[in-house]
Design a protein around this ligand. Structure first.
Ligand code: MCN
Length: 788
């Protein structure tokens, strides 16, 4: 066992199949008699559907069915729910319009689903889809938040006046106003948090199957949370009885949040499978992914920070307008509210905070959680303000952070969260040291000799992940629980199968979860198999998002393993003719304390399944379940430092170095943690420098609908990162761990923009919006030079 316990860099068990092309992704699976679906999508951002003519398509070669919204509506199915009810400041509930799986009266974004064509082959389905004639009456569209809130703007939904879904707030307005009244200075900032497209490497796909003889449905889908999808299908969108509906998420090639949500196509393939009596497969083309996967971010922010003469933060007021898209997606409403507004304390002791979020509908794809989900947006605002406050007061950027850091725990923020642990000074100091912050000016001077502008930036952030006690979430509007389940089955010969409600789609759970159980049961990692992603095998689960899997799912595992040990002690005591209180479990053995008498886990498991010599009154078998409801969020934190060089002639920004020191509590597998940080930082750099989802303001057409117009970060865009961790254990989960999956995308963007602004500060540049493309940076330089 040595070398593969908690804290060991065990190689990822799952990589053997992934790296040899032996994974089983949804599109790889072929069902007997399988047919293929193609979705007819709206070419318009907003239009009335006057007529749909399907005869030509129905008559085309190989076509089995052409189904429209009218049929779906007639069967009273197909309304996709949202997962969180938000109330406005005045207590009124959000406007919650219907979200039909196929539009039947109006289409509300480019790519909206209008019909589904099912045929014998993929090509036949696609060709027949081109024969579906839809008469549209185009309507005026709104594609940006700016346009959506303009007086007289066209309405996406007639019932949402001013296109407003809700007007939410958190914090204390009066206390914040009082803080502003006694401020020495007020630092103001307007910024845009750019809309991004998630771009998982595997496009979404779904296979629907219906067994006429039994009435059983099976949905195989690219989901991050198969049980949640089943719950939403059963209770809301499709109506199939939950016990007759199996949802399987096999190998999934990345999600980054975009595969949390329940999508129309999942329902459509099940419905179509019942209609045609054969399995129906749909796989998104990449262009469909751009226009139908939920997008992320898209905030317009005005923020003000009140500071005293010494740079202490006194009060923060943030006003935001956020884009929800045309429909409310699964986590669309919680992402810009309870995953965002309550993060505005960050690592700072700001005593008064007031955040106002107006969420609006637009004629765009729904906006929902993408890696970080609400938290990168808050961190970005806060860190930009911290930099600007330092600059306006003439205080060093590092020093102003130190002066405001929270230094005692637990710490109750003014915006609902209570941080249990952290040491923000330690991560800051380590990052400054590792990034050679102190000697930066020499590097700047040297770059200047070469005609380059060099800058350095930092961000210090706190994330909240692994949400949250279910009762609290319910009180705040959640329509589901936030616990996780686990089953640990010890087989008669002592090897173990673990069933988890979390879902791994790149995060390495098959390895880290095995490490946890192996460590607790004292067996080798190879003897532990992790099963996930199948509602027929796993008791229940809430899936993977919000960096919850380790801290919630892993904690459930730890609890289930504890129960195994507890039961094992009873069996071992009986076998060893000792009293249960004298038996301890050490290194995979049940030992009578102070003696050399022991039984291995295998001995005990065998006795549990062949109970010939067995304690009276104890059930046979060695299998335990646990449901773990988190007591609080976990609060990873850290410091990211970015160093850039800018070519003033072209505006091209090159990241010279990127240093991360994160506190994710107890690390289970440092190699996987490093990998998660690398991925997250690259995601954050992508948002900061390259990625920008753009809709045409007038027509609502998606302008960045392919890789020709939407830039993802490539290896050549990023340096080799310096990554390390400092641990303050989480105080309320059994592992002491905090989540890591999103920290990179939260910490990176403000560090990058901070570095760019630092490089240009001598010209008078105060802020550069993301993505800091060469054109945008070049224009910032030119306009600063023009202003002299
Ligand atoms: N881990 C650890 N020690 C810690 C914290 C985590 O060893 N202190 C390990 C975990 O055991 C797990 C991995 O790191 O193997 C990530 O753990 P966690 O932070 O719990 O995050 P989740 O597993 O819940 O994954 C979700 C998170 C999110 S929200 C997004 S978005 C994201 C991310 O993970 N999407 C990803 N990382 C991704 N990585 C890949 N390859 N693909 C995605 O789609």
């Amino acid at each position: 066992m040595a070398g593969d316990g908690i804290g060991a860099a065990v190689l990822r068990k799952e990589d053997r199949r992934f790296l040899t092309g032996a994974g089983h992704y949804t599109d790889d699976l072929q069902r007997p008699g399988q047919t293929y679906a193609h979705i007819v999508r709206s070419p318009h951002a907003h239009a009335r559907i006057k007529a749909i003519r399907t005869d030509a398509a129905r008559g085309a070669r190989g076509v089995l069915a052409v189904l429209t919204g009218a049929e779906l509506a007639a069967e009273k199915i197909g309304n996709i729910p949202t997962g969180w009810l938000i109330h406005s400041k005045d207590g009124s509930p959000m406007v919650e319009p219907p979200h039909p799986a196929l539009a039947f009266d109006r289409v509300r974004h480019v790519g909206d689903q209008v019909a589904i064509v099912v045929a014998e082959t993929k090509d036949q389905a696609r060709e027949a889809a081109a024969l579906v004639e839809v008469d549209y009456e185009e309507l005026p569209a709104v594609a940006t938040v700016g346009k959506a809130i303009a007086p007289g703007a066209p309405l996406v939904w007639d019932q949402a006046k001013g296109n407003t879904c809700f007007d939410w707030h958190v914090g204390d307005r009066a206390a914040t106003e009082a803080a502003f009244a006694r401020a020495h200075q007020i630092v103001k900032l307007d910024l845009v948090n750019n809309r991004i497209i998630p771009n998982a490497i595997e496009p979404r796909a779904a296979i629907g199957e219906y067994e006429r003889a039994t009435g059983d449905y099976t949905l195989t889908t690219t989901s991050q949370n198969p049980h949640l999808t089943r719950l939403l299908l059963a209770a809301f969108s499709f109506g199939a009885p939950e016990h007759k509906l199996r949802v399987v998420a096999p190998d999934v090639g990345g999600g980054f949040g975009s595969k949390i949500h329940h999508y129309a196509e999942e329902l459509l393939v099940l419905w179509a499978a019942r209609k045609v009596g054969r399995p129906v497969k749909w796989t998104a083309q990449r262009s469909e992914s751009f226009m139908s996967d939920a997008h992320g971010r898209d905030h317009l922010t005005h923020a003000e920070l009140a500071v005293d003469r010494d740079g202490h933060f006194l009060g923060l007021h943030v006003e935001e307008v956020v884009n929800l898209g045309a429909y409310l997606s699964t986590l669309g409403t919680v992402t810009p509210t309870y995953l965002h507004g309550i993060l505005y304390a960050g690592p700072y002791k700001t005593p008064a905070i007031y955040v106002e979020v107006r969420a609006v509908f637009t004629n765009t794809v729904p906006v929902d959680a993408v890696r970080g989900a609400g938290r990168p947006e808050a961190t970005y605002v806060l860190e930009r303000l911290a930099d600007l406050a330092a600059r306006e007061l003439g205080i060093d950027r590092v020093e102003i952070r130190r002066r405001n850091f929270i230094d005692t725990f637990p710490y109750q923020t003014p915006v609902a969260l209570q941080y249990d642990s952290g040491n923000y000074f330690a991560t800051l100091d380590a990052a400054l040291d590792s990034s050679r912050w102190g000697s930066f000016e020499a590097r700047r001077a040297e770059a200047r000799k070469r005609g380059k502008l060099r800058g350095i930036g930092l961000s210090t952030y706190v994330e909240a992940c692994g949400a949250a006690p279910s009762a609290l979430a319910g009180a705040l509007g959640a329509r589901a629980g936030l616990y996780e389940s686990a089953s640990v089955r010890v087989h008669p010969t002592g090897s173990v199968t673990v069933f988890t409600g979390s879902h791994s789609h790149g995060q390495g759970h098959e390895t880290t979860f095995a490490q946890i159980v192996a460590a607790q049961l004292g067996i080798p990692v190879e003897n532990v198999e992790i099963v996930h992603g199948d509602t027929a095998k796993i008791p229940f689960g809430m899936g993977t998002y919000g960096s919850r899997s380790l801290v919630v799912g892993g904690s459930a595992l730890a609890r289930a393993a504890e129960k195994i040990v507890a039961k094992g002690k009873k069996i071992a005591a009986h076998l060893l003719e000792a009293s249960e209180g004298d038996v301890v479990f050490e290194g995979g053995k049940f030992v009578v304390a102070g003696t050399d008498r022991s039984k291995s886990l295998g001995d005990v498991a065998f006795a549990a399944y062949v109970p010939h010599k067995y304690p009276a009154g104890l059930e046979p078998g060695l299998e335990e379940n646990a449901f773990y409801d988190p007591k609080n969020f976990t609060f990873p934190a850290g410091c990211h430092v970015c160093e850039v060089e800018i070519d003033p002639d072209t505006g091209v920004v090159r990241i010279e170095s990127f240093t991360v020191v994160d506190d994710v509590g107890t690390v289970i597998n440092p190699m996987i943690v490093d990998g998660q940080i690398h991925g997250g930082v690259t995601h954050g750099i992508g948002q900061a420098l390259l990625e920008q989802c753009l809709y045409d303001e007038e027509s609502g057409q998606l302008l960045s609908g392919s890789y020709l117009s939407y830039t993802m970060p490539r290896a050549s865009d990023v340096p080799s990162y310096e990554v390390s961790t400092e641990a303050t254990p989480c105080t309320h989960n059994p592992l002491g761990s905090k989540g890591v999956g999103e920290v990179g995308s939260i910490g990176a963007p403000p560090a990058v923009i901070g570095a760019i602004v630092d490089a240009l500060a001598h010209l008078g540049v105060r802020h550069v919006d993301m993505p800091a493309t060469p054109e945008r940076v070049w224009r910032a330089i030119r306009s600063a030079q023009a202003q002299g």
